[in-house]
Design a protein around this ligand. Sequence first.
Ligand SMILES: NC(=O)c1ccc[n+]([C@@H]2O[C@H](COP(=O)([O-])OP(=O)(O)OC[C@H]3O[C@@H](n4cnc5c(N)ncnc54)[C@H](O)[C@@H]3O)[C@@H](O)[C@H]2O)c1
Length: 348
Amino acid sequence: MKKLAIIGCGGIGTYHLEHFLEYKDIELAGFCDLIPERAEEFVRKAGKGRAFTDYREMYDAVNPDMVFICIPPTCHGEIEFETIRRGIPFFVEKPLALDLDLARRIRDAAEAKGLITASGFQCRYSNIVQPTIDFLKTHEVPYVECARMGGVPGTPWWPKKSLSGGQAVEQTIHQFDIIRYVFGEPDTVFSMATRGFVKGIEGYDTDDLSSTVIRFKNGALGTISTGCYATDGACFDSKITFSAPDSRLDHYIIGKVNIYGQKPQEDDGSGLVVKGDGTLRAGGAEAVTIQDDGTAGVVCDRTFVDAVLTGDGSKIRSPYRDALRSVSFTLACNKSMETGPPVKVELD
Ligand SMILES: NC(=O)c1ccc[n+]([C@@H]2O[C@H](COP(=O)([O-])OP(=O)(O)OC[C@H]3O[C@@H](n4cnc5c(N)ncnc54)[C@H](O)[C@@H]3O)[C@@H](O)[C@H]2O)c1
């Protein structure tokens, strides 16, 4: 039986482990964390495998066939290079790294070795992605609007921008990534950020809110705003809206899509949008809704594991090379926030 290992037994490591506990065809062989109790807890939960605090020792002892790398954004580098040197296919959590040059070297080394790679963009595997792609195939969309408002996550490294990359890079990268996946590549971004609204969190030095204007390569414009100042979900209706002239689709990642403008409805005369000859009918009040089925994370992990088992990585929706493009997208926003002018997104 093929052997699986995990490096980083924190929050997202636990999420993956929950999925692996269902596997009957994979041996959960090794768990590694700098904090020994965390790795030991994984052994206890799995009911098998061994705990380590040093990934090299784990590799020597266990010789895994695949590894999930679930460590904080600034801890990447050595682990990937050693994994690649040993020829072990790897799944690595977003945002891959905060240093683009480092991530590019990892990408090139993995590709030179012909390794199967995947990343933690599980939203791509949601059942609501295909209806969104279908909508975008049949509608020309000049404008994309996205917002994600939340609070400050509890991991110790998150409040420091130098450790997390900030909210666009660490969290809202899921929305940046989905927009790339279903809609198209960005050309240029112009971002501003603000601080001073989030108070009382030790070590906090990241942006409370940022807003980005995007010019896409297909000519459309977009905006993405993301904040961590929220204390309640009432703060904002976080979603991605794809706006076509006669309809729109609201995509709530791993939630639902609402498609407006498809149901015929009575014109009650309340339309405010103006067309050449006067008012436009009030449209889009009622939506067709498709719910997420809750399996995206399970499917994402299983797709990578199956790719390793079969040697065919073609079903992986977010290999390292593609994931890196989403990292570049968000880091370009950071650069614009820091320097002022618009920034060209260097996808590769
Ligand atoms: N895909 C998603 O939706 C999603 C969700 C949450 C987090 N993440 C990503 O996962 C990564 C980890 O986040 P988290 O919330 O699990 O963080 P965490 O702090 O809860 O866990 C990270 C673990 O990695 C361990 N670690 C660090 N360096 C190590 C090393 N060299 N060897 C072994 N263990 C090491 C830490 O001790 C810690 O236990 C981040 O990049 C985050 O962005 C992805």
